[in-house]
Design a protein around this ligand. Sequence first.
Ligand code: PLP
Length: 400
Amino acid sequence: MENFNPADKIQDLQYFGEFGGVNPSISDSSTYTFLSAKTMFDTFEGNAEGCYLYSRHSSPMNLYLSKALAAMEGTESANVSASGMGAITPVIMQLCNAGDEIVSSRTIYGGTYAFMKNMLPNWNIKTHFVDITKPELVEKAINKNTKILYCETVSNPLLEVADIKLLANIAKKHNLKLVVDNTFSPLTVAPAKLGADVVIHSLTKFINGSSDTVGGVVCASQDFINDLKNVNNGAMMLFGATMDSLRSASILKNLRTLHIRMKQHSYNAMYLAEKFENDGLKVVYPGLKSHPSHDVITKMMNKEYGYGGMMTLDVGNLDKANQLMELMQNRNLGYLAVSLGFYKTLFSAPGTSTSSEIPIEEQKEMGLSDGLIRFSIGLDNDIERTYQMMKKCMQELNIF
Ligand code: PLP
């Protein structure tokens, strides 16, 4: 990713408010007036650049935020949505018709998995779930009906890493769209720069970073974003999961500090991962040399943002995992909560929470054990102090 620094791209955008404000003005309106009926028609048809009609179509603040996220991912365009799922589901529905197929990584966010596994068959769209780190299995699952190759750069919850360049080559060869959910690795990896066609984020996580809202975005070519927003057959437009302007304003403000936060999340997670690994615990973190795809992510990443804030620890069984999480919360080391990317460390046992949509046998097959705790490491100022306190909790529970 030489010469592409996503944080600089965000910084280079200069927005002013209506009265010279340092933040762009929020247009607190769902509908817009026109001086001429003809312009209204042209706007509806998408032929009146700069005119707004109705805020499900677009609104000034949503366009500001979308533009900043497109700059961050290095795509021509982007469109924000009311949640991450509100970005994922329309992309899939836009790209697939009845009879089409998807080849997807088997370790993906539980909601995405549930949508592909349980809902898409209602429209006769079939998904093949594969180990995305094995290109030969990916190729084997592709057939003449395949339209999408789907993965997460760093997967939820197992932190498997997809080799985006390699997958982009496979996608190109078979004329598929490579759709990448980059929620776990904003700034660290820029999938579109490595050949992905569509990049999705749940803004709910690191990008917003304050656990006060859900949100999503699709970053892609102008043509694809236009397709998604088409008033006659655009899935984002017609499914209607539009972000509210007040929220896009607050997310844009939080985006301004993403680079600083990511560096601290990464620093803290690397610190804890190394310490716990040295202590003999079963830690998975892409920054550790022991991670099976350490070299793959190192090759793809923008090094200054580090290996991200997500880490897993296997403490053996669910009882131990639950006891540890409760104790850590009592000691104010973090919250027993799903989601990620907060200033405070968040932890949950994915097998019984965010990945519970995945049947137990399949969880086992993909290596999701019930003693696994997923950590989103926070922005703690003194991470050695945090480490000592976490270690004490583990010692009290005889984890080591
Ligand atoms: N993608 C990933 C990797 C996630 O972890 C999540 C939520 O946990 C989503 C997508 C869905 O995002 P949202 O909850 O904003 O709809």
